[in-house]
Design a protein around this ligand. Structure first.
Ligand SMILES: [Zn+2]
Length: 180
């Protein structure tokens, strides 16, 4: 038990922060009073100046970003258009921003019978989805909805190599007219 000189209550030691600078190794004031005193101090001119200095010091200490954020980053539309053009040039019957029911598909490719052949979703995330994440999405959410339209849904993540991705498509869905 310890007396807090601010609220004049005798409180359990767990009501005090630890502080290696004091002989008791506990903060002078109880946690509640410490919080109030900090808020009060931070609203004073001296407190505001100190707070700004602390934020600045923290900013200066922070290591520089490895990859500085682009001012005008590549947009979702551009990535989508990139895949769209590659498939179109190869001869796929691809459509972008295609509406089926309530879904607006990033990209959909139709086969020669005008049936949906496969769907491609462009994902913003940098890491590819894990098998577990995929399994969850197949059961509910966007992918589940897409699977009702078409049996094959591919996700193309931002970090994926586009050439590898296109090659995978070519491999799994060879164009019929190429054999003829
Ligand atoms: Zn107190």
């Amino acid at each position: 038990m310890k007396l807090c000189p601010a609220c004049r209550q005798i409180l359990d030691v767990t009501c005090f922060y630890s502080n290696s600078a004091t002989s008791s190794k506990l903060s002078v004031y109880c946690k509640e009073c410490t919080k109030h005193r900090v808020i009060e101090y931070q609203s004073t001119e001296r407190g505001k100046i100190q707070n700004r200095a602390r934020v600045k010091a923290w900013r200066d200490r922070r290591p520089p970003r490895q990859h500085p954020q682009r001012k005008y980053p590549i947009t979702h539309f551009e990535r989508q258009a990139d895949v769209y053009h590659r498939l179109l040039l190869l001869g796929y019957r691809v459509r972008g921003e295609y509406k089926i029911g309530n879904s607006r598909l990033d990209l959909i490719v139709f086969d020669d019978n005008d049936s949906p052949w496969f769907i491609i979703e462009i994902k913003k995330r940098k890491s590819p989805l894990t098998e577990d994440e995929l399994a969850i999405r197949r059961k509910r959410g966007q992918i589940k909805k897409y699977l009702e339209i078409c049996q094959t849904v591919y996700l193309h993540c931002v970090s994926d190599d586009l050439t590898d991705f296109i090659n995978m498509i070519l491999n799994k869905h060879p164009l019929p007219h190429k054999d003829k």
